[in-house]
Design a protein around this ligand. Sequence first.
Ligand code: HEC
Ligand code: HEC
Ligand code: HEC
Ligand code: HEC
Ligand code: HEC
Ligand code: HEC
Length: 447
Amino acid sequence: MNSIRLRTLPHFLLALFLSFAAFGEASAQTVGSAPAVSKEGVVPGATAAAAPAAAAGATTGDAAAIAAGDALFKGNCAQCHAVKEVVVGPALAGIAKRRPMSWIIPWVKNSSKVVASGDEYAVKIFNQYQKQQMPSFQLSDAEITSIVSYITAEEEKASPVGGDTKQVAGGEAAAGGDAAAAGTEAGAAKYVDLLLIILVVVLIVLVVTLVIIANIMKDVLRGRKDLDGRDVELLEQRFDWTQLYKSKLIRGLALGIFALVVLYESVQGVMAIGLSQGYQPTQPIAFSHKLHAGEHQINCAYCHTSVYKSKSANIPSANICMNCHSQIKTESPEIKKIYRAIQKNQPIQWVRIHNLPDLAYFNHSQHTQVGGIECQTCHGPIQNMDVVYQYSPLTMGWCINCHRETPLNTKGNAYYDNLVKLHDKENGAVPFTVSSNGGTECSKCHY
Ligand code: HEC
Ligand code: HEC
Ligand code: HEC
Ligand code: HEC
Ligand code: HEC
Ligand code: HEC
């Protein structure tokens, strides 16, 4: 018995080696097939090393600049950016190290110009964020620098221990993590899926290799003459499947796993109900916002006439199209569809894209007229869309996040004067946001 154990040692080592080789091969292949992850991890890392020099300039901001940056950030950037987490745009922590000020300033002033210039980093991040265009800001260089100072101060505040060394030394790792975290939830989910597939493949390869090795070892042993009775018994032992079936533990385990899978699937299903971010149906007429609102700069309210006045933004009737198309492009087959609709006295069957469930109350005029929010903040770069898609998730969390972060526009409205005074007395450091005014109370949005 002892001698057998000793002599099987080399086989065991061989088995171990083989399975590691198989493991290595499998993971090498799968990493190769996911270039998005590895490439993105490396590119920003390379630039991270060059940035700290510029960062020093940005971080020397004094308290006044940081305070100014705070206000500017909340007023202009907070709808889409947070310091530590991905909102609509990337988390801005570490931006001063990632990018020099000479890049950040033109980017904030006009990001699409930087993208159009072919700047490698800009193009990459633009694509990474599903080509969502960041709006242009008419801010001065000093104002943008103060925003960066504020971001730098914020990130240091929250991670006082060795935040710096981590970011410089781990530049590449941080950037890699960024790439993973940067995608939307869908991106993250895809990444997890990929990881699961890799794991399953590796496990299958391992099991198959082990079975093959066990069989080889058995064959080798069978050929030997010096085995005693017990060894032979051990060698020819068969696995008894019925025992497995009878085992309470195994049965319990199988039942548990089944229940978990069912639970997971149903939770996923429930969560997905009503979530249709990115929904982009084909419309009955190839109407392009890019052409009308973009190139020809027709005001949104020319067609969506009620958007500043009432709860709903209306979809224009065919008559509004005719204001122009009785003269313009009258021969186009797409325009003929408008004529046909009018002749038949039937409305054009536009497919509705945005649709909140009935239980929620949303009012356009409250946001566009009173709140002064741009259409693009919620609907994205409509003026660049040939076919409209749903840009924002339209979930309750999305509404509430914005209400928490957006300062209420109270200037020149005497109604708010006392409220703001009271608020500032109690917690002056926090701005008077929509939620300070009760904008996160259930009854504001639910009937
Ligand atoms: C309407 C949403 C939106 C607003 C508002 C916005 N951004 Fe952005 N920002 C984005 C998106 C999306 C990206 C990713 C790049 C892209 O898709 O163009 C981005 C990218 C950036 C980047 C590059 C980040 C990185 O990790 O390299 C910086 C810097 C930036 N924004 C700064 C600002 C500042 C400063 C403000 C406020 C003055 C601001 N942004 C306001 C959406 C926005
Ligand atoms: C010339 C008329 C016209 C102009 C100008 C126009 N739109 Fe539209 N819009 C339409 C029509 C027609 C539809 C329905 C077809 C479609 O979805 O493309 C529509 C659909 C939409 C939708 C989707 C509605 C839904 O079904 O949920 C949004 C959002 C929107 N427009 C926003 C805007 C914004 C923002 C602007 C200004 C930047 C604008 N529109 C300018 C005619 C116009
Ligand atoms: C304020 C004027 C104006 C209004 C209102 C308007 N359009 Fe247009 N539309 C234009 C112009 C300008 C063009 C570009 C013509 C060209 O390329 O020569 C155009 C082009 C088009 C085209 C492309 C035609 C082709 O074959 O190239 C379609 C389709 C279209 N419009 C549909 C609509 C619909 C549907 C509406 C109503 C919801 C509408 N338009 C309202 C001005 C208008
Ligand atoms: C604060 C976010 C927000 C802003 C700002 C905003 N919208 Fe909307 N929009 C929504 C939501 C949410 C819906 C879905 C409403 C629903 O289903 O009841 C919507 C729906 C629409 C629709 C479909 C018709 C309707 O009323 O349901 C159009 C068209 C539209 N918006 C146009 C615009 C235009 C044009 C502007 C700018 C003048 C604008 N929106 C500004 C959030 C916004
Ligand atoms: C981009 C930011 C933003 C988003 C997204 C947003 N809101 Fe608002 N909302 C505001 C602002 C700003 C005001 C305050 C307007 C004012 O009264 O000056 C407001 C006010 C309101 C009010 C009135 C609150 C009050 O105290 O009277 C309601 C109700 C409301 N929003 C509902 C919604 C719903 C529902 C959604 C999501 C479908 C939503 N909002 C998404 C910015 C936003
Ligand atoms: C700023 C607006 C807003 C406020 C405040 C708000 N909700 Fe909602 N709520 C929504 C919107 C929009 C939806 C629909 C979004 C969706 O279908 O994902 C929703 C959906 C829901 C749903 C349906 C479940 C679901 O996910 O579809 C429940 C339940 C709910 N809200 C409860 C509450 C309660 C309780 C509060 C107070 C603590 C509250 N809401 C405050 C906007 C709001």
